[in-house]
Design a protein around this ligand. Structure first.
Ligand code: OOB
Length: 542
């Protein structure tokens, strides 16, 4: 079993149970309940498939038996890297049924990242799709398997080659263990990696089910809803805010979209009569633009969730008139806390705030730099703890020291203003990370890779405001020896086994970094100065 680092103190856990937040359900128990209530109702629609709730349950049990037949035992970890296909759900519910712990990786991630997750989680298996988006995941799986000794099996959706084909699994009820306890860790998600490499975020059945059960209520989901997953399903936002888990929890229908592009998504909205979906701000912009000229019928759309990065009020204001649906802003984090504007909030709140927490027991602190509570209306550091916010990352004592206070508050790293009406407005980040269209990039992690290049003496990575992406990454590089070309640096970064979104968008060569009188400068200050200088020269050019 994995060591659970994020145990809530007993009295706190008791309170969460007494208040009914943690209601004793597990992923398996809620799926089984739904399958018993309405076996024939469609649960998930993917490319060319539509599975009923009963079929999803049966498939999950077959997947569970398949993994156990391979010799995996309850408690072992399985890295899951799947795109938006129906099998995402059968695999994940299958792993839950076998009491195996999925570790969710994004389809964009590559060797360096997957190896890190597999090693940190001491994973025993890895699940991939054969090919997707012109990338062959079996190549990646070979490389990961060669480097991670704990990894015994690779399971492939599609053509498995030398690996184990998912569709070769056969049912065997005799292998299935008793269900998990609600307080067990159900799965692990990856952090945005704000300092260095991503950490693993353990979530329990109790805490996660509470977060999407309440989300489904706050977002008005009912069994008549049709929720489309347009963002990568492995991310916390499309998973639980209210996400496909929220939709399945209330007996609604989930539609997996292979891409969030307006072309693909609009056609699905029309065909499946989609009522709700979620986007990051740059995609919302793209949809608003495309909606002007589309011939697709989008009239079924009732609610659009936008989150992951700051949505500008001017864009927010256009959602209702252009798409004909209600906007719900979502400000959440894989570590826990999720805020929503409410469907019946006044337009001003919906457009200009990121909403308020899910739970009456979400404790939210807004502190100034000295750690003193900031008055409403003034910006401060957001800290939080509550019934679905973790108390620690998996296997990361140093990170836990930094990210959590001794009394269990998570330091989100976000700077927010709390308004008198309780709604939060996100101002930015305290730390050095780039929020590139909702994808979080750690400056430190990228600098480290740049330093591995023979012609890089030093590097500092900063975020630059970008009209479309919100923020883009810019790497300042002091060359060593022959000055490399930007294209060569980018090509080098592509060989580092990283998700493509981590390749710097822009590279600026400089002769040296400024230092203070004593010759010292913190990286944080250096990044801030470089960023300020860059923005200044851009202004001068205009
Ligand atoms: C979501 O989760 P993560 O873990 O990828 O990133 C969390 C961070 C937050 O700390 C904040 O810096 C930023 O992403 N963020 C927003 C935002 N929503 C997230 N910044 C401004 N406005 C927003 N609406 O991104 C996530 C998880 C669940 C639901 C929604 C988003």
């Amino acid at each position: 079993m994995i060591p659970v680092t994020q145990i809530w103190p007993q009295d706190v856990a008791r309170r969460y149970r007494e208040k009914g937040y943690w209601n004793g359900e597990t992923f398996t128990s809620f799926l089984n309940r739904r399958a018993a209530m309405h076996p024939d109702r469609i649960a998930v629609v993917g490319d060319g498939v539509g599975w009923s709730y009963a079929e999803l349950q049966t498939r999950a049990e077959t997947v569970a038996a398949g993994f156990l037949a391979l010799g995996l035992a309850p408690g072992e970890r399985v890295v899951v890297q799947l795109p938006n296909i129906a099998e995402f759900l059968s695999v994940v519910f299958g792993l839950f049924r076998a009491r195996l712990i999925p570790v969710f990786a994004l389809p964009a991630q590559r060797l360096t990242e997957i190896r890190h997750f597999a090693q940190t989680a001491e994973a025993s298996a890895y699940v991939v799709k054969d090919r997707w988006d012109e990338f062959d995941y079996r190549h990646l799986a070979r490389a990961v398997k060669a480097e991670v000794p704990t990894l015994r099996h690779v399971v492939v959706v599609g053509e498995a080659e030398e690996f184990v084909p998912l569709d070769g699994f056969t049912p065997d009820a005799g292998l299935l263990p008793a269900d998990a306890a609600p307080c067990d860790v159900a799965f692990m998600q990856i952090s945005g990696g704000t300092t260095g490499l991503s950490k693993l975020i353990p979530r329990t059945h109790d805490d996660y089910i509470y977060s999407f059960r309440e989300s489904a209520r706050i977002c008005g989901l009912s069994e008549k809803s049709v929720l489309m997953v347009a963002l990568p399903a492995a991310h916390n936002f499309p998973m639980s805010s209210p996400g496909f888990f929220g939709a399945l929890y209330v007996g609604a229908r989930v539609v997996m979209s292979s891409s969030p592009s307006p072309d693909r998504a609009f056609a699905l909205i029309e065909r499946e009569r989609v009522t709700t979906t979620g986007l990051v701000p740059p995609l919302a912009l793209l949809w608003l633009q495309a909606a002007d000229t589309t011939s697709a019928d989008l009239s079924s759309l009732e609610v659009l969730h936008v989150g992951g990065a700051k949505l500008m009020p001017e864009v927010a204001r256009r959602v209702r008139p252009v798409l004909g649906c209600t906007l719900q802003q979502v400000f959440g984090m894989a570590e826990g806390l999720v805020n929503y504007t409410r469907l019946d909030d006044p337009e001003e709140v919906i457009v200009s705030t990121q909403g308020r927490p899910i739970s009456p027991d979400d404790e939210v602190l807004v502190l100034d730099d000295r750690g003193v509570p900031a008055p409403d209306g003034t910006p401060g550091h957001l800290l939080t703890r509550g019934p679905y916010t973790i108390r620690g990352y998996h296997n990361a004592p140093a990170a836990n020291q930094r990210a959590f206070t001794p009394d269990g508050f998570y330091r989100t790293g976000d700077i927010v203003v709390r308004r008198a009406d309780g709604n939060l407005v996100v101002q930015g980040r305290a730390g050095d990370h780039i929020n590139r269209a909702g994808e979080k990039i750690s400056a430190e992690e990228i600098e480290d890779h740049l330093l591995a290049h023979d012609n890089v003496f030093d590097a500092a990575v900063v975020s630059i405001p970008d009209d479309y992406l919100g923020e883009r990454s810019c790497a300042f590089i002091i060359p060593k020896g022959e000055k490399p070309r930007s294209a060569a640096i980018k090509a080098f970064m592509r060989t580092r086994g990283l998700a493509d979104f981590k390749v710097p968008d822009q590279i600026v060569f400089v002769e040296r970094f400024e230092t203070t009188a004593v010759g010292k400068i913190s990286r944080k200050e250096l990044r801030a100065r470089l960023r300020a200088q860059f923005l200044e020269t851009q202004r001068e050019k205009q």
